[in-house]
Write a protein of this length. Structure first.
Length: 335
């Protein structure tokens, strides 16, 4: 089952799962029946089942969860400005809704739940990041409070997923096609860049390797927003320039995929970090009298300090996206 399955991530993971012969059924739980109907027609596969419901409503989640083996939990409020204006709505969906998903999975005997999080949950400065950080705590606390459970709950955390709904790359391309300059809040701002395919691979890795309460992070390069804008301009051979409009409220200059506190106990798995749950109990001696000397040896895994892509490398990464290639072919036809 995929919660929020009609979004960009849901579409991508559903298409990949439908390519497998061992998948008997995929359930999509979401609120938007129009998007469900469009997805039903686009994919046209009898193994798809659509459930209209809301993760805020426990009953609708439990109903859709019956006889499910695995759950991708992607439903969330993700837009930073919306969550700033309506923080309690972010709490109701991202925190309480996530608890409903985990609780229903436990009730129905689901084998594994993977919850999708974001780098904005690390040292959060906005309501969206704060609610996602609490979502991670909800997921990780499940194992602490249910020692004998057979349901494994884990999280994955990723940076900017390129060309996902509401992301900046489609906006840049739309501005170019309209003959406008590209608007950038701060060209020195850095972000981690991941393709949708990479984000799905991260979730699959979590399903295959998760232990109770694990958090998985895929290592990623970063780029400045100014270089990303320039790469889009170069690919489309556009005369447009970049207009700097200034940093919006609740935006950070950089993002971190992992804190130094997390890295001090992380396991390096090649392309991924596994950060195990903190399994201390409520014995306060461990919190007050015993610390972790290793933390002083680590820095945050931050988009300002990791390997940074050049404009040419960003162009090459953009060309791996089918949506960008399709837009470029349309632009060539128009020319």
């Amino acid at each position: 089952m995929i919660t929020g399955g009609t979004g960009s991530f849901g579409h991508t993971v559903t298409r990949r799962l439908l390519d497998r012969d061992d998948i008997q059924e995929i359930r999509i739980l979401s609120r938007d029946e129009a998007k469900q109907d469009q997805m039903r027609h686009d994919l046209g596969d009898d193994r798809l089942r659509f459930y209209v419901g809301d993760i805020r409503d426990y009953t609708s989640v439990e109903r859709a969860m019956k006889n499910v083996d695995y759950v991708f939990h992607a439903a969330a409020l993700k837009q930073v400005p919306s969550c700033e204006f309506f923080p309690m709505e972010a709490v109701r969906t991202n925190v309480s809704g996530s608890e409903n998903v985990v609780r229903a999975a436990d009730h129905e005997g689901v084998s594994s739940v993977v919850c999708l999080s974001t780098d904005k949950a690390v040292y959060p400065v906005n309501a969206m990041g704060m609610s996602k950080a609490l979502m991670e705590k909800v997921a990780m606390s499940y194992g602490l409070n249910n020692r004998g459970t057979t349901t494994t709950v884990s999280c994955v955390r990723y940076g900017n997923v390129m060309y996902s709904r509401g992301s900046v790359i489609p906006l840049f391309i739309k501005q170019l096609k309209s003959g406008k300059n590209l608007t950038v809040t701060n060209p020195e701002m850095t972000r981690f860049m991941m393709s949708l395919e990479d984000s799905v691979s991260l979730v699959e890795f979590a399903f295959e390797n998760a232990r109770q309460g694990d958090l998985f992070i895929r290592k990623a390069a970063s780029c400045t927003i100014g270089d990303l804008a320039q790469a889009v301009i170069n690919l489309f051979r556009s005369p447009a320039s970049v207009d700097v409009i200034g940093t919006r409220h609740a935006e950070k200059l950089s993002e971190a995929l992992a804190s130094r506190e997390e890295l001090s106990r992380a396991e390096d798995m090649g392309e991924y970090f596994r950060i195990p749950a903190d399994n201390r109990d409520l014995n306060y001696r461990i919190y007050v009298e015993e610390g972790d000397r290793a933390q002083i040896l680590y820095d945050d895994y931050d988009s300002h300090s990791v390997e940074r892509m050049t404009v040419e490398e960003v162009e090459a990464l953009l060309l791996t996206l089918p949506e960008v290639r399709a837009e470029l072919s349309l632009a060539d036809v128009g020319a």
